[in-house]
Design a binder for this molecule. Structure first.
Ligand code: SF4
Ligand code: SF4
Length: 202
């Protein structure tokens, strides 16, 4: 249940004018109980956010901009650094979800063609999902990752042997499961959406 008084004249007007905060709240991706207007700007989400630790992305700031109806946040490249781990969602004491808000802002950015250069990177997550049947670090990042962590590619290539030596199971998804996931994704036209995103990228 939303805790926002829509009978309040100011909010009624904002809703009518489709201000960003209401656009987010009324978006089909927003949960029924999304606590956007309950955010107290405590910053807990930013303090636990892995993306905030390693980049200029700041979920508290992103929510602040939405609450201020400041559409410039849609064009802020930092919003693409969130990787939907949902840690912010799980710690927010007011039931807000920067993760969910981020997904909505990105969708608006895609629809309004305001972030085209980030789409190739974004689509790479989906491509890898189609390829290996599980979410993971897309191949798109491998080269940079190897620069950041020396020998990472060799480590990755040897992972199966290392896991075997440690008596750990394989990390590979069984081929049958991958095929089943691909079938589901094909039925839901997921691959078409990925192609569309790639087509829009610059
Ligand atoms: S979204 Fe939640 S955790 Fe983040 S600043 Fe607002 S109230 Fe705090
Ligand atoms: S979902 Fe995004 S915003 Fe939330 S903690 Fe994870 S990376 Fe940060």
């Amino acid at each position: 249940m939303r805790v926002i008084n829509l009978d309040n004249e100011e909010n009624k007007e904002k809703n009518k004018e489709k201000k960003l905060s209401f656009e987010v709240l009324n978006n089909i991706k927003a949960s029924e109980d999304l606590g956007l207007f309950r955010c107290v700007q405590c910053g807990m989400c930013t303090s636990v956010c892995p993306a905030a630790k390693f980049s200029d992305y700041n979920p508290r700031f992103m929510v602040e901009k939405v609450l201020e109806d400041d559409n410039s946040i849609i064009e802020d490249e930092n919003i693409w650094n969130c990787f939907y781990c949902y840690t912010c969602h799980s710690v927010c004491a007011t039931g807000n979800s920067p993760c969910e808000i981020n997904q909505i802002l990105r969708q608006i950015a895609i629809d309004e063609e305001k972030q085209d250069k980030n789409l190739k990177l974004f689509a790479s997550f989906g491509e890898d999902f189609l390829d290996i049947g599980i979410g993971g670090i897309p191949k798109y990042f491998f080269k940079d990752l190897n620069k950041d962590i020396e020998g990472w590619l060799d480590f990755k290539a040897d992972l199966d042997t290392i896991r075997e030596e440690l008596s750990l199971g394989s990390v590979e998804m069984p081929q049958k499961s991958i095929e089943e996931i691909r079938k589901l994704l094909k039925t839901s036209k997921f691959h078409k959406r990925i192609d569309k995103l790639k087509g829009k990228s610059k």
